[in-house]
Structures are given as C-alpha cells and as structure tokens.
Design a protein around this ligand. Structure first.
Ligand SMILES: C[S@@+](CC[C@H](N)C(=O)[O-])C[C@H]1O[C@@H](n2cnc3c(N)ncnc32)[C@H](O)[C@@H]1O
Length: 257
C-alpha cells in the first residue's frame, strides 16, 4: 500500500496538486488535530522567501536547497532570479518524485538543477553536488535546510550533519534553518508527532529550542537569532501567517565566519 510522503503531504497542505489521496488524508488528519497547520506551512514558505532575499543581499550568488520538496508557489530559483538573474540554485531531495517535478520546471536553464541525495550522508551528497558543476566550492554558498531537519531522527545526528556541511563549504557561506518545535505548543507538537507516525510515515521530530539552536554550533547566528518563524525579519503583515507566541516552527540564519 502506498505511504504518504512528507514532500507530497506538505504540497497538499500548501494547496498544491502533486499529491495523492493518501497524502491528503494524512494532511487532513494533522489539520484536524491542529487546525492552523496550513498556516504553519505558509509561515514556513514566507520565512524561506525572506531568508533567500536576505542571503542575496548579503552577496550569496549560489544556493544549495536541501530537502527542497515539490515545486510550489515561490520556489527558491524564482526568488533568487527576481533579486539576482545570475544566481544559481541546486535543489536536493531524497524523494525522486520531488526531484522529477523540480527537473521538469527547470528544463533548459543551466543556472538551476535538481539532484537526488540524502542529507543523512553529507559526504555522498556533497560529491553529487560537485558532479553537477553548478556550485563553485571555492565560493560562499547559501545552504537552505528548510523544514527538513525535523524529518531526521535523533539517531541520524541532525546537528552533526549540519556541522559536516559547514566544514565542507567556503568561509562566508550561510545556512538557513527552519524546524518544527515543541517549545511553544507542547501538546499540539506531541499530537502531531504521534499522528505523523501513523501508517509507517517518517515520524516528525518536534525539537526543543535548545536542540534547534545547537544545530547552529560553529556558525555565527545573524540577528535576531533563533526565533519563531513569523518573527525572523518580518517584512510586512503579509508574513503574519501565525500569531507570534503560537508558532510551531523556529528559524534562524547563520554565517560560517
Ligand atoms: C516539508 S518538505 C520542505 C520543502 C521545502 N524545503 C520547504 O520548506 O518549503 C521536506 C522535504 O525534505 C525531504 N527530505 C526528507 N528527508 C530527507 C533527507 N534525508 N535528505 C534529503 N531530503 C529529505 C522530503 O522528501 C521533503 O521533500
């Protein structure tokens, strides 16, 4: 029997069309438990947009989007293109469906690419990145780890994977992370964690503020540090998908000095 996939469930939550009934049912189960779940997905996408624009303004011209998901409104290469037409973006996902959809919309543009690789195997992932020739390893890169690290179990040592990426990239590189948290709404986080394990899905790990902050060890956080999704450099009321004090996600951006 087909299992829901995190990529397709997230697409369903965002109102996309690249999902199956099994994904929609899993997304609906989560939304019944926590009715503002679709707003969390929008809040995460809004953080992604602000972080990418911040990185372009900081001088980043190449992006590695790991756990990039199925293309949807406001894709990274579109945000980058708006700000810097020469910018390059490599999408990386473990899910072949997400990679295939990304490739389909990128056809014919050599500044953008998509590969299949596993964040839990950073050396192998980086070798595949090098093979594309798209990312110059001698230049700073913007690593995006948006809503992906909470899909790694504690046993996968997610903070160590972020550390391995830091050691491999040039000085002046940045990392942007968003991560589901149990910090503000522990009961809702617990309910969603259990729901995410039904049907053999990958369990979603809602981590503490301290555990998420530890993922930035060795990096230097930029202001305002690790904060709720809607509080990371909001640009307008449009970014207020979640009420501050009630976000289920934390986010931060840091530089490799
Ligand atoms: C919730 S989606 C996030 C999509 C996008 N980053 C965003 O925030 O809008 C998480 C994505 O991470 C991918 N993923 C999960 N585990 C992964 C791993 N070990 N390595 C690479 N990608 C992974 C899933 O396939 C899925 O597409």
């Amino acid at each position: 029997m087909m299992q829901p996939s995190p990529a397709r469930m997230y697409d369903a939550l965002l109102g996309g069309s690249h999902n199956f009934e099994v994904d929609r049912l899993a997304a609906q189960r989560g939304s019944r438990l926590v009715p503002d779940l679709p707003r969390l997905a929008l809040s995460n996408r809004a953080f992604l947009r602000r972080a990418v624009r911040f990185l372009v303004e900081a001088g980043i011209t190449q992006f590695l989007d790991i756990g990039s998901g199925i293309p949807t409104a406001g894709n990274v290469h579109e945000i980058v293109r708006e700000c810097d037409p020469r910018g390059r973006v490599l999408y990386v996902d473990i899910d072949p469906v997400a990679v295939a959809h990304s490739r389909a919309i990128l056809v014919g543009d050599e500044r953008y690419g998509a590969i299949e690789a596993d964040l839990r195997e950073p050396a192998e992932l980086l070798a595949r990145v090098r093979d594309t020739g798209l990312i110059d390893s001698g230049q700073p890169v913007g690593i995006l780890l948006i809503a992906v690290l909470h899909l790694l179990a504690d046993a996968d040592l997610p903070a160590a994977k972020v550390g391995a990426l830091r050691e491999a990239v040039a000085g002046g590189s940045y990392v942007a992370i968003s991560h589901l948290t149990s910090a503000l709404r522990p009961d809702d986080a617990e309910a969603l964690h259990h729901s995410s394990r039904e049907g053999n899905q990958v369990g979603i790990q809602f981590r503490s503020r301290a555990a998420i902050t530890a993922m930035f060890d060795g990096w230097e956080l930029v202001e305002p540090g690790v904060v709720e999704l809607p509080l990371w450099r909001p640009e307008s009321d449009r970014d207020r998908h979640e009420e501050p004090g009630r976000s289920l996600g934390l986010a931060g951006v840091a530089v490799n000095t």
